[in-house]
Design a protein around this ligand. Structure first.
Ligand SMILES: NC(=O)c1ccc[n+]([C@@H]2O[C@H](COP(=O)([O-])OP(=O)(O)OC[C@H]3O[C@@H](n4cnc5c(N)ncnc54)[C@H](O)[C@@H]3O)[C@@H](O)[C@H]2O)c1
Length: 439
């Protein structure tokens, strides 16, 4: 790993390739263009707004993260997006209905210039959508070659120095790991024979990783959680991270659950329900796609609360997650959480949360941070699973056999200490004894 002055500078342009030009992607792209023109600030973005403490509290060294580590500038980003509908980013953003037309009009030329590229898509993996803008090939291996051609053309045309790929397309149906995922050779063989265990998201990831390009998994899809693609990431020195952007209800869960555990308050049940009416909600109305999402959402509490270590507090939790497709609400999701907790002498208490959230407004800055940090990781020579980016995911990837860290505050410490480590600064333990003479 390269550190400090040895990290390659963020010179030249960064090509950001997004799979899916839907609510999250268009909110992200329009937001970047609006921020570049000074219409707003990058609210919600850690890379752009957060500071990082260096040294002792008395040193008063608190630079912004973007001034501390060498990140790409927003001005140096170029976009490519694949989608199954032939639209430009302006039309897609209007359809997504997240941002007002008034704001979109201010960046219309920039959005119009981003036209969707034909996608690799198969209805078996996203049953609720019927696309019209889809590549045609004899097998999945050929599809991957076509994607690699898109990538190379994008790089040449825009004179790009570096690239990152992010999945912000629909959630695919639940797929179990299969023997064909075991090695790069079996995976490639399976692509050539159109094996059903190879989903479109795996084909995109294969294309990116074959070219050594970082891949971010913003959906709960299995994609990178298979030995073949992990091996490919290592072989071609590409950083990877996932799964599923941490927004909305799960963000709240990973803020509240660590607090309850820290105070040794028990939990008997957590019921979460949502209504949302965007295309993501429609796709998740299909039980197979919902299953993928449900697994990602349910795992969070288990790993934070450590049921095996605290069986008397967390051994018998009733955890239920419901997503209800309700078109009138569009992207403005509403969620309700009922949390049944207990304290001293087992006395029960309840917490109710009613979050009127805007999913894509929460997801867009997460996507920006992930893009900038994975590009940084690549320039540091880091590759494979980037666990330090767990902060941004509902279901963080880890090394095989290692349980994920879901507590938002541990994740934040991990993120900031990794940045300190990259820049040869002391890691911060929060011990603090050095401030007191008594020691
Ligand atoms: N909105 C959030 O806060 C949030 C949070 C966590 C995760 N996610 C995940 O991010 C993804 C995107 O969410 P969204 O709200 O933008 O959904 P969306 O439905 O608005 O956009 C997804 C887009 O992907 C396209 N698509 C589907 N399959 C494709 C393929 N194989 N190739 C190219 N394009 C394809 C669809 O046509 C659609 O335009 C979903 O998987 C969602 O579960 C979203």
């Amino acid at each position: 790993m390269l550190r400090g002055k040895d990290i390659k500078h963020a010179q030249g342009k960064l090509g950001v390739m997004i799979v899916g030009l839907g609510a999250v992607s268009t909110t992200f792209v329009a937001g970047i263009e609006a921020i570049k023109k000074g219409h707003s600030e990058a609210f919600g973005s850690v890379s752009q707004l957060a500071t990082i403490r260096l040294g002792k509290r008395t040193d008063n060294r608190n630079p912004k993260i973007k001034d501390f580590v060498p990140l790409s500038k927003l001005e140096d980003i170029e976009f490519l997006a694949w989608d199954i509908f032939e639209e430009d980013a302006y039309e897609a953003a209007i359809k997504a209905g997240v941002l007002e037309k008034e704001l979109l009009d201010k960046v219309e030329p920039e959005l119009r210039s981003l036209k969707s590229t034909k996608a690799v898509f198969m209805t078996d993996y996203v049953k609720k959508l019927q696309g019209t803008h889809i590549k045609q090939a004899a097998n999945k291996y050929e599809y991957a070659q076509m994607l690699m051609d898109d990538i190379k053309n994008f790089q040449t045309e825009k004179k790009l120095d570096r690239l990152v790929m992010a999945w912000a397309a629909s959630t695919e149906v639940y797929i179990e790991p299969h023997a064909v995922h075991d090695t790069i050779a079996t995976f490639e063989e399976a692509m050539k024979s159109n094996h059903p265990a190879i989903s479109p998201s795996m084909i995109y990831a294969y294309a990116a990783l074959s070219l050594g390009i970082p891949y971010i998994n913003g959906a709960p899809n299995l994609t990178l959680e298979i030995p073949a693609l992990r091996e490919l990431a290592k072989t071609n020195k590409a950083p990877v991270c996932g799964k599923d952007f941490k927004t909305g209800q799960t963000l709240m869960k990973t803020i509240i659950a660590p607090g309850l555990k820290a105070r040794m308050l028990g939990l008997s049940g957590w019921f979460s329900t949502n209504i949302l009416g965007n295309r993501d909600g429609e796709v998740l109305d299909d039980p197979d796609s919902f299953k993928t999402k449900e697994v990602s959402k349910l795992s969070v509490l288990e790993s934070i609360l450590q049921q095996d270590t605290y069986p008397q507090l967390y051994g018998d939790i009733y955890h239920k997650v419901r997503i209800n497709y309700y078109p009138p609400r569009g992207d403005n999701k509403e969620s309700w959480d009922n949390i049944d907790i207990f304290g001293w002498l087992g006395y029960p208490m309840q917490i109710k949360i009613n979050f009127l959230c805007r999913d894509s407004i929460l997801a867009a800055p997460v996507l920006l941070d992930l893009i900038l940090f994975t590009d940084l990781a690549k320039r540091c020579g880091m590759y494979g699973v980037q666990e330090w980016l767990s902060f941004f995911f509902k279901s963080p990837m880890t090394a095989p056999g290692l349980y994920p860290e879901n507590d938002l505050f541990i994740q934040q410490t991990k993120l900031k200490n990794t940045l300190r480590y990259m820049m040869n600064e002391d890691l911060i333990t929060h011990l603090g004894l050095e401030y007191y003479d008594e020691m």
